[in-house]
Design a protein around this ligand. Structure first.
Ligand code: ASP
Length: 325
């Protein structure tokens, strides 16, 4: 009898004769065989090549998706040249770099920090909120206090480049984010690991020159990120106010729960943005992955892309868009 047939017979026994038809080692073997079917994959917003490469190292090593997404998100957070995430992020209109991040694991646990200052890795603070506290969100001074109490160092995150950009911005003080150009580079990162478990993370310095205290979609569970290990995961980038109004990431996961392919679900969520009224044209990009490792990427306007790594290697996927400009 070949191995597959044996497993099938065991499964039939399991279904037909009940749980006790299988001994514990047999049951574990059966479950293990199911898990082997999963193909790990990581997908992130924009051309975040180094982030997905870093996350992939974890997945390729058989490590957990939660560790992969955290490690991936930390790459742009520490990059001074990335002006929309962490260190080097463009400040608010008063010259302060304020950070938002969240993370979700395969158990449906969630952690988030909003309006956090002076900490290089908000995604790791969000993970600690998830793992060490009974809460989901810590904000501002409380989030900073929690981070400092848990071994994070206080650092100046305003680089000379970001300070110069802010000083130039102040001359006109115009608040007109440019589509795809001005700081819409938040990283949202989703991973499916070898065990078939999903996790996701999202981290940003938010919109450049925003009002002080403004929080976007990125740290809001259900808006900027949502993970349901039974179904799939989704994340967003772009004008956070619009994503929040449509509860973007959660809506995509719900559509996948109802049987939609991730690509169709991202398309439908992007289409729903058409009814959001704003003074200036805006951009939003969505990405998603389901339990099978199938992915999707759509945006409202052209110019959005997603970075993917799986066993085939790295690829940059240009997302389709609802509008043509
Ligand atoms: N979604 C982010 C926010 O609104 C911005 C971005 O994607 O860059 O804060």
């Amino acid at each position: 009898m070949n191995f597959k047939m044996e497993i099938m017979i065991k499964r039939r026994n399991f279904l037909g004769a009940g749980l006790f038809a299988l001994s514990l080692p047999e049951l574990m073997l059966d479950l293990f065989n199911d898990k082997k079917a999963h193909k790990p994959i990581v997908i992130a917003t924009w051309k975040n090549t180094k982030a997905v490469d870093e996350a992939w190292k974890f997945l390729a090593d058989g490590k957990k998706a939660i560790d992969a997404v955290e490690a991936g998100a930390r790459i742009p957070e520490q990059d001074p040249n990335d002006t929309s995430v962490g260190f080097g992020g463009f400040p608010d209109r008063d010259g302060h770099v304020t950070l938002d991040a969240c993370i979700m694991n395969e158990k449906g646990d969630a952690g988030s920090v909003v309006f956090l200052e002076d900490i290089m890795h908000p995604v790791s603070v969000a993970r600690m909120v998830m793992e060490k506290t009974p809460h989901v969100i810590l904000a501002g001074a409380g989030a900073l206090q929690f981070a400092l109490e848990n071994g994070f160092n206080r650092e100046n995150l305003l680089t000379d480049k970001a300070k110069k950009a802010w000083e130039e911005w102040k001359i006109k003080s115009e608040y007109k984010p440019k589509i795809n150009v001005e700081r819409h580079d938040t990283i949202g990162i989703l991973a499916l690991d070898n065990s078939g478990d999903l996790s996701g993370a999202c981290t940003t310095s938010g919109l450049a020159f925003k009002m002080r205290g403004r929080v976007g979609d990125s740290p809001i569970i259900g808006a900027g990120l949502y993970v349901d290990n039974e179904v799939g995961a989704a994340t967003a980038t772009g004008l956070g106010e619009s994503v929040i109004k449509k509860v973007g990431a959660f809506s995509i996961v719900e559509m996948m729960r109802n049987g939609m392919h991730p690509d169709k679900a991202c398309k439908e969520a992007a289409r729903r943005l058409l009814s959001v009224k704003t003074k200036e044209p805006f951009q939003v990009g969505y990405i998603a992955v389901n339990k099978k490792g199938e992915t999707g990427a759509w945006s409202l306007r052209p110019g959005f892309a997603a970075s993917i790594v799986d066993s085939q290697g790295y690829r940059l996927v240009n997302a389709k868009s609802i509008l043509s400009e």
